[in-house]
Design a protein around this ligand. Sequence first.
Ligand code: BGC
Length: 847
Amino acid sequence: MVKVCSLTCESLENPLGLPTMHPRFSWIIKTGINSAFQQKYHIEVSEQDCVVWSSDVIESGQSVFVPYTGKPLQYATKYLWRVKVCVADMWSEWSEYAWFETALEKWNADFIEADDKPEESCVKTFRKKINISGELRSARIYATALGLYNICLNGNPISDTLFNPGWSAYNSRLLYQAYDVTDLFTKNSNVLTASVAPGWFKGDFGFINNRSYYGSKMAFSSQIELHYADGTYECISTDDSWQFSDSPIIYTEIYHGETYDARKENAETWKAVTVSPSTNYNIVPFDGVPVRRKESFKPIAYFTTPKGEHVLDFGQNIAGRVRFNVRGNSGDTVKLRHAEVLDREGNFYIENLRDAKCTDLYILKGAGIETYEPAFTFHGFRYVCVDEYPGELDPQDFTAIAIYSDMKNIGNFSCSDSLINQLHSNIQWGLKGNFLDIPTDCPQRDERLGWTGDVQVFINTASYLHEVQAFFRKWLRDLAKDQMPDGGVPFVIPDILNNLKPDSDNVILNEKHSSCGWGDAAVVVPWTLYIHYGDKRMLEEAYPSMRGWVEYIRSKAIDNLWNTGFHFGDWVALDAKDGSHFGATPNDLCATAYYAYSTELLAKTAEILGNSADADEYRLLHSKIVCAYQSEFFTSNGRLAARTQTGHILSLMFGLTPEKFMARTIDTLVELIEENGGHLVTGFLGTPYFLHVLSQNDRLKEAYALLQREEYPSWLYQIKKGATTIWEHLNGILEDGTMRDPGMNSFNHYAYGAIGDWLYQVVAGIVPLEPGFSRILISPKYGGTLTNVEAELNTPYGKITSAWKLHDSDFLLNVKVPPNTNAEICMPNGETYTVGSGEYSYRCKIT
Ligand code: BGC
């Protein structure tokens, strides 16, 4: 039996408002046949029962990113598609139909504005009455805003997606969403309302109490396209026939929370809008992953702290908000504050939120049970302090809702050590807590920015956890738009720092772009995505930005050493001087190492894209950088100038260590672990690769020892301290239970979680040998106290599993290899097997 399933178009399931007119199709083959390879495929695309493209039978094994090659597609049109495949001379049935709908040809609607003042953090509601005169065949709403918007039709939300239109490089591309509302319109009169909030566009943002980065006036724009069954068509756009009113949301800011006065419901005074052209904006279809409410938590405890605060504990540190039910009199209030941790004494701890107020206030209308959840804000929290509440509180009336970009979870890992399982969960929550339309550094304090360095170190781990391709495709487009004319890459994407005035007290505001390890996101992120998903078109699109970054470094480097400019370097390393976040590894070493790494990846990219002139050029440049690095940082006897863990890790990981000095370099790294009492002191740049360089260089025992270490500082120390997410600092909470300096102490930062890829790649041993996992290496390495491990990864070809256990003196491995791929299985005793798809078991003796 051969079946085709999981059809995606541009990595998206049934996309509405597809941002390309040249889509590609992917599918997964299911079959019990071993070593199953697709021999042929046949795709059919149709529109309204008419086949518009039949690929015919194509002899090809390609099942991922197969391009549409029919006649040009129409804009704003829904197409159905299906595919069948031939495997082992057996044709499958046609798959179920999937669909995609193309986006608008161009944005035609104006903006409408209300009367909000620049300093106001209020919500305005826009309204339009729509009369539906006949039977609708299809109805679509296309919408965007300067600010954030939520749309209701006849009082009901038209979508479960949140934080639209998302955050992009607004001045270069503002995104719009498309909604299918065919079934939401009623015959005759309908009322459409759109609430618009300041959000990232106009709100208070960016850690220096600033606001209105992109503009000081909110606005809304929409095109409503109605197709009637009788063939007629009507388009309703935002214009002067719309009205606006104040909203019951009288205050909302992403950092500070929301105030909702339920007494103001249905008390609108409708006024005329002001129309302004939208032509200053490049309004294009949304190309990311919509944000949704994804998981919910009931309180695991409700208690009074020593200070007398009433606190709900939801058991998991998340990014999201609380929904609650309440009963009371008109004017009664519910006031909630949010925090990630309790202090040593067990009191509610909010100092690390800095200026973010993270407070929601609900004012009751006094009408039976009232249910409230904020609309335009999110908080990073596990604990909620209930400052005000009418009457007796029942914790069951409260639900914490985790909100993040709705990416598919593709990786799962579990093993015999429950602390490692918790570590994996914390790493995953680092992602869920920080992938809210853009990848943020943290979800709680007055920051929540798309720090490039954090992404750069975490991207490989993220790619093992969730389907992140579309999420980062959007972010990389914003990176390319916000890139400096000379190729420099802003510290944060979307970039809100470069327009700010320099400030001599704030190094970030003076420098603003292009630190090593941060700007390298421009190269490392597309490359890593290519390795995981095999999407050459994405690499092609990113190429100018990748090249721009390497050329930027080249223009700053002297004699092939990048020894100029400002760098965060091995940020928050424990070998930093007291009171500093800058690790001890010299900047020129870190920067030159990254210069080499990015140049090497660029050369490989050029090669893959068939640009041999660039490939040759960057290969040559790479070899010069390696030479310069070796003569600058290695003595003639092989001592590395920087006696730091990160210095040694980067030299080993990026292939910068002369062959003859490999043994000495790895020995010194092991010595440096011992000298530090058996623990790591690395920061953002060294930590992600620490275990990799140990395991790649025959020091598996030391790698497992570091991973399983429980004393401070270590990954598991945090877990022993009750962490449910990864902390910004290995010592966010000190051994005596006191907190680090609250100025920069997030309990939900994913950078130190970058070790997650080692669990998948080395412990479970799942590695892509060809981009997209069309060829797979399964080479698990047992060690430490682990006695069994189970991991699975849903790749573009289907699910890989690797599960091993130790039994007496045997190592037992079960693997599953998906159709249309093959795998190299490497057992710990060195035996190797090459297999096609299927389920296999192996056994060998352990030594
Ligand atoms: C952020 C980091 C970021 C760093 C760079 C911090 O405030 O939270 O994760 O990369 O600044 O300095």
